[in-house]
Write a protein that binds this ligand. Structure first.
Ligand code: AMP
Length: 409
């Protein structure tokens, strides 16, 4: 199928061609016809599938059917990064149309956002908290909204935005077209979708439990204390050209970035404690290849849309298997190849088991030079667990061993 067959108007065809897109991605070919017909939609898709264009293109086209100058489209997104990226998509796909959009998010002064709103916009892309603030101050009115998008709804609920979202939705007109995107569909998310949508079309692109098949996935069983050294070894290999590293905490992200920088690897970290300016700068450096490595926490990395990430490295495994799928989906975007390495310490074995269960795949185990006896046992390479030494404690203090040992860190 081609973009012409999707019946997009000429200015959108031109914009799409200018992006270099030749064929619609599956979510685009499945959603765009129904969205152009005015239907509500529930889309189950991860980032990297082309879902942003799947909603931005038909909304822009429907907006051209009438031209009232008022705020008609609202997109809610969980993070400032994702909101900014969706804003960029409206700018790129709408470059030959005359709509104005603005992006609204917290963590920065509201002045410029209020000014943009008062100059008049057709489209607002917002994180829920700041939008609600501005609504309560009477700076923005949603009474003319015709198109509503909730993007990455599962993440918004994880981040505790449910009450804000409900308050925002209660102020929208009943008559509107609503679109709901989520990578996963736990009960709370599907409940919200049902409250929001009317006879929605359901489009699912990569089923919840499949990992992008093109990604080569490997696991290194390694003690926590040896993870940094192993990371450094890997990063010194030439084919790791643009590497996104995930940690579970902000503190760890900083530590890893400092360690790599001290070994002359150009690295930045992004996480919630960094200012918006620092986050934007770090993303820009990474995009432009000024840094080779970006260390991120899951929330800060949400929606990062950078092509050509050669490797994703899970410095720590996530405790929710769906997050693993999100993380590794940052590589192998738009048809490219990619590799995901995961470091698994003994106390992360259960996380790995859950991940393998979800993706229905046994991840290949990689040998390396920091392979300890404990790690070998965790990897199933040693039949017997090595003894644990309780230094300085008398025998009577020794805890009773249950199942596999958790080794000391
Ligand atoms: P998204 O899932 O919206 O985050 O998009 C993922 C990436 O795919 C972005 O870098 C888009 O620029 C790119 N993309 C979107 N649609 C297409 C398409 N039809 N052909 C090629 N690349 C696309």
């Amino acid at each position: 199928m081609s973009f012409q067959q999707l019946n997009l108007i000429e200015p959108l065809q031109r914009a799409v061609a200018q992006q270099g897109y030749t064929t619609p991605t599956p979510i685009q070919s499945k959603s765009i016809p129904d969205l152009l017909a005015g239907k509500d939609l529930i889309g189950i898709a991860q980032t990297g599938t082309g879902k942003t264009a799947a909603f931005v293109l038909p909304i822009l086209q429907r907006m051209t059917e009438r031209y009232p100058r008022t705020l008609r489209t609202l997109v809610l997104a969980p993070t400032r990064e994702l909101a900014a990226q969706i804003g960029d998509s409206f700018a790129a796909y709408g470059q030959f149309l005359k709509f104005k959009h603005t992006v609204i998010f917290g963590g920065v002064g509201q002045g410029p956002q209020v000014n943009a709103l008062s100059r008049g916009v057709d489209i607002v892309i917002a994180t829920p908290g700041r939008l609600l603030d501005l609504m309560n101050q009477g700076r923005v009115s949603l009474k003319d909204i015709e198109f509503l998008v909730l993007d990455e709804a599962d993440r918004m609920l994880d981040m505790g935005f449910i009450h804000d979202i409900k308050k925002i939705i209660s102020r929208l007109p009943q008559k509107r077209q609503s679109l709901f995107f989520s990578a996963t569909m736990p009960a709370q998310v599907s409940q919200l979708a049902h409250q929001l949508l009317r006879n929605p079309v359901r489009v699912e692109v990569a089923p919840q439990a499949t990992t992008v098949e093109r990604i080569k996935q490997c696991v290194f069983f390694v003690d926590s204390a040896a993870k940094e050294k192993l990371l450094l070894d890997l990063l010194l290999q030439k084919h790791l050209t643009r590497v996104l590293i995930f940690t579970r905490t902000k503190h760890r992200a900083n530590k890893v970035a400092t360690y790599l920088s001290s070994h002359h690897i150009r690295t930045d970290a992004i996480h919630g404690n960094k200012s918006q300016g620092a986050r934007t700068q770090a993303l820009q450096n990474f995009k432009l290849g000024r840094t080779k490595v970006l260390v991120a926490t899951d929330i800060a990395a949400r929606g990062i849309d950078i092509d050509d990430i050669s490797h994703v490295i899970n410095f720590e495994l996530p405790n929710t298997p769906e997050i693993y799928v999100h993380r590794i989906g940052r590589t192998a975007r738009a048809g490219a190849e990619g590799t995901a390495y995961s470091f698994c310490a003994a106390d992360e074995r259960d996380f790995l088991r859950d991940i393998e269960r979800l993706i229905r795949l046994k991840i290949e185990v990689m040998p390396h030079r920091y392979h300890s006896e404990h790690a070998q046992y965790a990897a199933g390479m040693a039949a017997r667990p090595p003894p644990i030494h309780y230094r300085g404690r008398s025998r009577s203090f020794r805890p009773r061993q249950q199942g596999r040992p958790h080794f000391r860190r």
